[in-house]
Design a protein around this ligand. Structure first.
Ligand code: DAH
Length: 339
């Protein structure tokens, strides 16, 4: 029996040297020291030994067990250490490699120009007012003196939601909303998105943007309108810029005008941008129609006002020399990155 025990010890010590991972080590432990392991099997034979040899063999067996256990745990620690070492090596991070910069977004050209225009009007004492894009027919048309069957409804091809509700075709209904809840003096600009069922091309989009202006108070005249728009044009297009008023018709203003600015590209000489006229039309304007004031509960015998409406997309394109309105809505990053 002693021989068998010594053999187990020698074999085990040798075998352990050749083990290189933790699973093998565990298999080895079960095979050697487990309940059905080699050592246990030998000890089962203890019963057939003479009584005086039993304690001696028992002691030897215990000694072998604890030697092997000690060796096993040393080996286990060694392998664990090696495995950790290997993992750390493969996971090392080089903290000196330069980082990746996150791509920085920028403002959309429409936002840049809108901010600039708001700044100009705020400087002249205007407030900014906003209204909903889904609007009542009443505010988009009726109160602006555009009744059912009025020809002006034809030029504004409208997206209707039902008989009474539509996508606003201009920012003028914000005039109405403001005057209905605020008595004069009123001095606002109303920027916003508007909708018309137009076919898309270089100068038309079913979605575009306008900025409406409205001033109502006692003694407001066409001279005030001209003064405000002249200051505005010079600040946007340069101090050399001249403005010109051409008679026009809008149902909600009387008298009405279209306003041109001298071409900032050719300074009036005539070029491709101004179609060789030297002038560029940028907005519609006029004195608020007495009927519109009256609809909103403002007495036209006491108060008068002027209004104007301009296309933000058009002004943005003029400022940046963009020749296709579609670029403003396609969100092509190569285009947007230029601003
Ligand atoms: N609402 C007009 C349009 O969409 C623009 C406009 C013209 C607005 C004259 C005004 C104005 O306030 O006085 O075409």
């Amino acid at each position: 029996m002693r021989e068998k025990l010594e053999q187990i010890r020698a074999k085990a010590m040798e075998a352990m040297e050749g083990l290189h991972d933790l699973t093998q080590l565990e298999e080895f432990r079960v095979k050697t020291l487990g309940k059905k392991g080699e050592l246990t099997l030998v000890l089962r034979e203890m019963g057939s030994l003479p009584a005086e040899e039993r304690p001696v063999m028992g002691q030897l067996a215990n000694e072998i067990r604890s030697t092997l256990e000690r060796e096993l745990s040393r080996k286990t620690a060694e392998l664990k250490e090696a495995e950790l070492e290997k993992r750390l090596e493969s996971e090392t991070i080089d903290v000196t490699i330069p980082g990746k910069r996150p791509a920085l977004g920028g403002l959309h050209p429409l936002t840049i120009v809108l901010n600039e225009l708001e700044e100009i009007f705020l400087g002249m004492g205007f407030d900014v007012a906003e209204g909903p894009e889904v609007e009542y027919d009443l505010y988009n048309f009726e109160y602006l003196n555009i009744p059912q069957n009025h020809p002006a409804r034809d030029v504004q091809d409208t997206f209707y939601i039902n008989d009474n509700i539509l996508l606003r075709t201009h920012t003028s209904p914000v005039q109405i909303r403001t005057m209905l809840k605020q008595k004069p003096p009123v001095k606002i600009i109303c920027p916003g998105r508007v909708y018309r069922s137009d076919a898309v091309d270089a100068t038309h989009s079913p979605i575009f943007h306008q900025i409406e202006g409205l001033v109502v108070d006692k003694n407001i005249t066409m001279g005030d309108l001209k003064g405000v728009l002249d200051v505005f044009a010079k600040q946007v297009f340069g101090s050399e810029t001249r403005t010109r008023f051409r008679p026009h018709h809008f149902p909600f203003t009387e008298p009405s005008a279209e306003v041109d600015v001298s071409c900032a590209i050719c300074h009036g000489e005539g070029c491709r941008v101004c179609s060789h006229t030297g002038w560029i039309e940028i907005l519609g304007a006029g004195m608020v129609h007495p009927k519109v004031l009256r609809y909103c509960g403002i007495d036209p015998e006491v108060y008068s006002g002027f209004a104007f409406g301009m296309g933000l997309d058009r002004i943005t394109n003029l400022k940046y020399g963009i020749d296709d309105i579609r670029l403003l809505f396609e969100n092509d990053i190569r285009f947007l990155k230029q601003f």
